[in-house]
Design a protein around this ligand. Structure first.
Ligand code: SIN
Ligand code: FE
Length: 286
């Protein structure tokens, strides 16, 4: 069952790491990320470009995408998101320090848009319960660990739902509908055409199917045991979004930092979805 574990900086990191790996959401209620005075005008969905739903920062290159800001305002936004990337890394160091040796710090996102009013196709609609899997970004078995912070200036919570089912139970229920694939040739074509950044492995194909099958199954959405969670303004939370069933229902103004972690970097690698799926399907997924 997905549990919300309230924690504080200074709590035993071994316990928190184990809780994360067991499908817990670690909630740090009083860990605000400070928005500076001259950053307040950036808390506005008008900064988006085109149809983007978040502003995205690449910590390695410094590239900032998804925004129509220019000049000085663009630099102010980049500095703010870069500061969040450092903040999130420091938080991870305090909560699960053993992860830092192997965790890759990936995209940082700033989400000033309202979640509840987005009109999206069911596959893209994160208001439906799902585990994260991204068509263009194969993880090849690495975990998706995310740090979120609610910075809503009016003190509004971010409203999520969490499914009670463990990843194993969820995957077992849907496993009869999983198709194998892509074959090595199809994976090479996707990569060569730059449809995927890197090779889509059988693991990635299985995770994408689980993401879509879950979202498109209205009966599952309505009937799977679940709980409402209100994540307060000023709070941070850390969760493995590739294994915990989650849905973002409402809320505005959040930051998110993605880390990718190889199963070997976990305290208990056997709890990684790739290992669970390999046992369940009785075939290698690498
Ligand atoms: C998601 O990962 O499904 C969205 C989370 C959020 O923006 O709160
Ligand atoms: Fe998600």
């Amino acid at each position: 069952m997905a549990q919300v574990i309230e924690a504080r900086i200074g709590d035993d990191p071994r316990g928190l790491t184990e809780a994360l790996e067991d499908g817990g959401l670690i909630l740090l209620p009083q860990t605000p990320f400070e928005i500076l005075q001259d950053e307040k005008p950036l808390m506005d969905p008008a900064i988006f470009s085109g149809g983007s739903k978040n502003v995205s920062y690449a910590p390695d290159s410094g590239h900032l995408g998804g925004t129509c800001l220019e000049g000085e305002a663009l630099e102010r936004c980049r500095a703010m998101v870069a500061r969040y990337a450092t903040f999130a890394r420091t938080l991870l160091q305090q909560v699960a320090p053993s992860y830092l040796a192997t965790a890759e710090q990936r995209r940082t996102s700033f989400r000033p848009g309202e979640v509840s009013s987005r009109a999206l196709s069911p596959r893209k609609d994160d208001r439906l319960l799902h585990v994260d899997a991204f068509p263009a970004n194969p993880n090849q078995g690495r975990r998706i660990l995310r740090v979120f912070t609610n910075v809503n200036p009016e003190g509004r919570s971010r409203h999520w739902r969490l499914g009670d089912q463990s990843f194993e139970a969820f995957a077992r229920d849907f496993s009869p509908r999983l198709k194998s694939g892509p074959g090595p040739l199809a994976a090479t074509v996707l990569q060569t055409l730059k449809i995927t950044k890197g090779r889509r492995t059988p693991y990635d194909a299985a995770m994408l199917q689980l993401h879509d099958l879950g979202k498109l199954d209205a009966d599952f959405q309505a009937r799977t045991p679940q709980q409402e969670v209100h994540l307060p303004a000023g709070a941070c939370w850390i969760v493995y979004t590739d294994s915990v069933l989650h849905a973002a229902m409402a809320g505005q103004h959040a930051f998110e930092q993605t880390f990718l972690l190889p199963p070997e970097g976990m305290a208990a690698p056997d709890k990684a979805p790739i290992r669970i799926l390999e046992r369940l399907l009785d075939r290698p997924l690498g």
